[in-house]
Ligand binder design. Structure first.
Ligand SMILES: O=C[C@H](O)[C@H](O)[C@H](O)COP(=O)(O)O
Length: 228
């Protein structure tokens, strides 16, 4: 079993009968959705929402009951991957372009469990370029404004074409270097007109499940890693 699958399958143990569950996006969340599907077929009774068209399609294939947003007012648990996570369980997400839907779903979940292989765990965020979702209108100006913040932004492409998110927006992948104050950067980015959201998830994850190369899995809560 690979590290992503290990982490994902451990996290799925937290899914209990009757829960309303958010399904993440990406190659790690893939394994969680597969495992949830297996448990649903074995009788687990849950309702779910997906954070991307890709995860919605996979959930449908797995037979996981998806529920429209107007039928529920929130979620019990969301399981999602990350591109980077630090000791405080602050995250960089959006490598797969799904950050906006992921953040909305995580915000409305009582708990967000982040699943990752050990390579994603970092001392300080910032090696992974921060995905920033921007509206197409005047994107050249928004890119210039990001550059003024020291971001070295690159408009994400999909081969020849500009990559378009599930929400019809673009992604600027921004290299800020080491992010010393993720919360401050998050606020600064949100204040920029044209920016819809960014991949910093500050204080949203309540637990991390990390799959390790030696075949073990570590479960981390923010108080544990802070030594409290
Ligand atoms: O937009 C994509 C999501 O934020 C993913 O959860 C993140 O990029 C991690 O993806 P993966 O598990 O494929 O590394």
């Amino acid at each position: 079993m690979n590290m992503k699958q290990l982490a994902a399958e451990k996290a799925v143990e937290y899914v209990k009968d009757g829960m309303r569950v958010g399904l993440g996006t990406g190659s790690t969340a893939y394994w969680a959705i597969r495992k949830i599907g297996e448990r649903v077929r074995a009788g687990l009774n849950i309702r779910a929402v997906a954070t991307s068209k890709a995860s919605e399609k996979l959930a449908e294939e797995e037979g996981i009951p998806l529920i429209p947003f107007d039928r529920i007012d929130g979620l019990d648990l969301t399981i999602d991957g990350a591109d980077e996570l630090d000791r405080e369980l602050h995250l960089i997400k959006g490598g797969g372009g799904a950050l906006l839907r992921e953040k909305i779903v995580a915000y409305h979940s009582k708990e967000l469990i982040v699943i990752a292989d050990e390579s994603k765990f970092v001392d300080k965020l910032g090696s992974f370029p921060l995905p920033v979702e921007i509206v197409p209108f005047a994107n050249e100006w928004t890119m210039a404004a990001l550059e003024k913040l020291g971001a070295k932004p690159m408009l994400r492409t999909d081969g020849e074409r500009i990559y378009v998110t599930d929400n019809g927006n673009y992604i600027a992948d921004c290299r800020f270097g080491v992010i010393e104050n993720p919360a401050e950067l998050h606020r600064t980015l949100l204040a920029l007109p044209g920016v819809v959201d960014n991949g910093l998830f500050i204080g949203m994850a309540s637990r991390a499940v990390i799959g390790r190369q030696d075949g073990t899995v570590t479960v981390m809560n923010p108080p544990d890693v802070n030594g409290r």
